[in-house]
Design a protein around this ligand. Structure first.
Ligand code: GTP
Ligand code: ZN
Length: 368
């Protein structure tokens, strides 16, 4: 384990500040501070910008649950948060536990590294779930298949081909040994200045090893280090009643990007993720639209295009079953999602559209 010194202080652009956010603030607002959330605490948060970390607190009406690590917020000199800037991306899951509610995982992540290994952990259904989550969140999925050095039975390339076949929206599938420095270098492409990355995957697949390798320090030490924060990590029970420290946190990478550490993501229930699921299963969704009955349950009805495709050997029945399961789960959970979140999603799409339309020539009012 190398013990490199802490990464040097970064500028706002290194931290992920971009025109997308600059365009959202008025000239008056530009006089107050804006910060990227690095840690959440019970009643506040730690924010960071090029001047360093500050303790932030939320105004009445804004709770910790509505803010995510990775968010950009405007805040007064007193540390009182004024508002959260519209997110470029937002990872959300169904919160662990019996109550159905969405839980924000991380905001403004550019690349989500989905980690699994070339062994029994490899599971297409789980990968489809993660990819749907990534696409729903507007992050770019990159799949990392670890433990190539331990792969027995099947060559690593087989796993990679199966993973890539899940969706052409997966930017890359890499096979690697998480302990090999040369393999780690292949991740740097997504970890440059201004880029935000996060890792997700089951326990034991190598996330800590990868994160340690990228940052050069121990993951536990990483949590303790980062930037000074108030005490009071958020603890919660997972499905099996275990207490887990699930504090998510943002860290600076040597190359100028940031890593959002999201420990304890054992359960990943989808909620309000129809767009992500439909993208992963695009071909099935298109086919379903051509069934004779609009409300076809694809369960032996006459004129069912999905049944016909399965019979013709053009569609994998197991994949259809996985699509159905994910969709059912999402539908069940989504009923509880409030109107507020829907509005936020719409607003974020609007900002993105305005920005891409204004790309030719027009400069933002305020830039740093
Ligand atoms: N041989 C080999 N061992 C690996 C590889 N990746 C991870 N390991 C080992 O697998 C074990 C688990 O790796 P971790 O990095 O702790 O896995 P994790 O995903 O962080 O697990 P959690 O912290 O439980 O979420 C460790 O003993 C690692 O050294 C790999 O590519 N090859
Ligand atoms: Zn049908």
């Amino acid at each position: 384990m190398t013990d490199r010194p802490a990464a040097p202080m970064h500028c706002n652009a290194d931290l992920g500040w971009s025109r997308y956010f600059a365009d959202q603030i008025t000239e008056d607002e530009a006089r107050i501070g804006f910060y990227r959330i690095t840690h959440l605490e019970r009643a506040g948060a730690t924010g960071l910008n090029e001047a360093g970390p500050v303790a932030l607190h939320f105004p009445p009406g804004l709770t910790t649950g509505e803010v995510a690590v990775g968010d950009w917020v405007l805040a007064q000199d007193t540390g009182r948060v004024v508002r959260i800037l519209t997110r470029r991306s937002l990872l959300t899951r169904r919160a662990a536990g019996p109550e159905v509610r969405p839980q924000l995982i991380a905001a403004n992540v550019d690349t989500l590294f989905i980690v699994t290994s070339c062994n029994a952990d490899f599971n297409v259904a789980r990968l489809e779930r993660y990819v749907a989550l990534a696409l729903e969140a507007d992050t770019t999925p990159v799949i990392l298949l670890t433990k190539t050095d331990l792969a027995t039975g099947r060559p690593a390339e087989d796993y990679a081909a199966e993973a890539q076949a899940i969706s052409d929206r997966i930017e890359a599938v890499l096979t690697l040994n998480s302990k090999d420095e040369n393999d780690l270098k292949r991740l740097r492409k997504w970890c440059g200045a201004g880029q935000s990355v996060a890792f997700i995957g089951s326990s034991g697949v190598g996330k800590s090893t990868l994160i340690n390798g990228l940052t050069g320090i121990d993951r536990d030490a990483l949590r303790a280090r980062s930037v000074p924060q108030a005490t009071g990590d958020i603890r919660e029970d997972d499905a099996k009643g275990r207490h887990t420290t699930t504090a998510r946190s943002l860290h600076l990478l040597d190359g100028g990007g940031v890593l959002i550490d999201m420990p304890g993501m054992r359960e990943l229930g989808l909620i309000d993720a129809a767009a992500g699921i439909n993208t992963v299963f695009e071909d099935i969704v298109d086919l379903a639209a051509t069934c004779r009955f609009r409300d076809c349950a694809h369960d032996g009805e006459p004129g069912c295009a999905i049944g016909a495709a399965i019979d013709a050997g053009a569609l994998d029945a197991e994949r259809v079953e996985r699509w159905r399961k994910l969709t059912d789960e999402d539908n069940r959970n989504t009923e509880s999602v409030g109107e507020k979140r829907r509005r936020e999603k719409k607003l974020s799409r609007f900002h993105k559209r305005v920005q891409s339309e204004g790309q030719q020539g027009k400069q933002g009012k305020y830039r740093r």
